[in-house]
Design a protein around this ligand. Sequence first.
Ligand code: FES
Ligand code: FES
Length: 190
Amino acid sequence: MQKVTLTVNGREVTAEIDERTLLLEFVRDTAGLTGTHNGCMEARCGCCAVEVDGDIVKSCNVLAVQVDGAEVTTIEGLAPQKLGPVQQVTTQTLAGVYEPVDAIRSSVEDLHPLQAAFHRCHALQCGFCTPGMVMVLKDFLEENPSPCRDDVRKAIAGNLCRCTGYQHIVDAAMEAAEVMRGSGATTTDD
Ligand code: FES
Ligand code: FES
């Protein structure tokens, strides 16, 4: 066992962990942040991408002890949720019964430009790949603020999506790039 401390989304998390614990497992099981997904555990799908000291890594391919002391940003760190008031909504239970439940809504306006663009451009279906896509594209757009569509496709070459066909993901990245450049434009062209 080894003591490891990571600063995850600005919060210090310390734990005694098995030396074989993956960064992915530390983020999900120790820090309790399940937005980072496990899609393959073989560094193939990109669902587990997080930022470590400013660089994107596939967290299934890194041991937590290797990055002891690092600053880690996960998808949850892009837009700290401003929780709204508790609202009553109706939802269907596993038994098929519709029941009122309490829900806490957060605001779309608080999202990172990439998250907002994914929302507007319908760049996700099941959403399993989305956290990794957004993290990789955030890092890419910070370094390449004016990409062409082919640049975006190359940037997400290590991220697999089984649902969307990628077209709307590229749309979202192009839209977010404009917003992040400060133009305020929200339209895209092919
Ligand atoms: S779970 Fe890490 S790349 Fe697929
Ligand atoms: S939206 Fe389903 S895997 Fe990408």
